[in-house]
Design a binder for this molecule. Sequence first.
Ligand code: C2E
Ligand code: MG
Ligand code: MG
Ligand code: MG
Length: 283
Amino acid sequence: EAKRNDKRGWRAYDPSMTDQRIRESILADLLEHAIEAGQLSVHYQPIVDLATGRTVGVEALARWQHPDYGFVPPSEFVPIAERSNLIHAIGLHVLAEAAGQVRAWQARQHTDPLHLSVNLSPHQLLKAGIVTDIVAVLERTGLSPAHLTLEITETAIVDAERAAPILSEFRALGIRISIDDFGTGYSSLQYLLGLPIDGLKIDRAFVTQLDSTTRGAAVAEAVVRLGQILGLDTVAEGIESPAQVAELQLLGCTSGQGYLFSPPRPAAEIEDSLNLVPGQPVQ
Ligand code: C2E
Ligand code: MG
Ligand code: MG
Ligand code: MG
């Protein structure tokens, strides 16, 4: 963390902070061409039904590999993309690629159709025309709106008055809305639960604490109960141990994802966990 202000409010010179600023402005420039240069790809993490162990969906996660800067994690480039307004184009690109991929997988399934979850950041949700843009991608790729979940963080709906009508439009189309990183934001439950939502994702922070502290377990349990009472899906994030699965099953948590099942990986590498009928391998 950068050095704090001194008594007069001047920021002390900190070379690492300067480097950080330079890096950020370079990355912002490079990100503008990342889509057309083919540097952005999508990794998929299975979402598993905790009762049956079956993969019921995948979460699409953006990956950026720059030829000189190497791998830049989404925790670094997503905030940059939000500040520079590029997040909209990037988000639609990720959705288009993932929707096409999931559509192809669905054609090779003999079970319930696989479900796709994509992340939608606060700026994306409030951008004019977002509903039309997403519908256009679904029409182009052939993915049914009923097979799409948009993951939205609590910060996106702090402005509930603006968010609610947009969420209702998605809902009317059959698209599902899930609150990502639930329990880590600052929105009031009152606001949150008055919105048209379908699911809660229990943040990894609480899942991690499941098998170590009773307080962490209490939060996870409270979220699952809340979801059950309100008729919402509950998805646990960041499951890394069988003990966590056992605990979540006891609580009645619907589904989960995490390194225990699979880290996010390229399409071709998660096919094995999808129980597909043999067919065209992913290019
Ligand atoms: P998120 O949506 O909460 O995604 C979950 C993050 O947890 C992912 O990090 C995933 O790789 C990681 N994860 C999953 N299972 C485990 C586990 O068992 N242990 C640990 N330690 N980590 C696990 P990732 O891929 O680095 O993404 C970080 C965040 O970046 C995402 O958080 C999401 O908010 C954002 N993001 C990623 N792709 C997109 C995108 O296409 N659009 C938008 N708007 N945001 C995105
Ligand atoms: Mg997510
Ligand atoms: Mg999350
Ligand atoms: Mg998270």
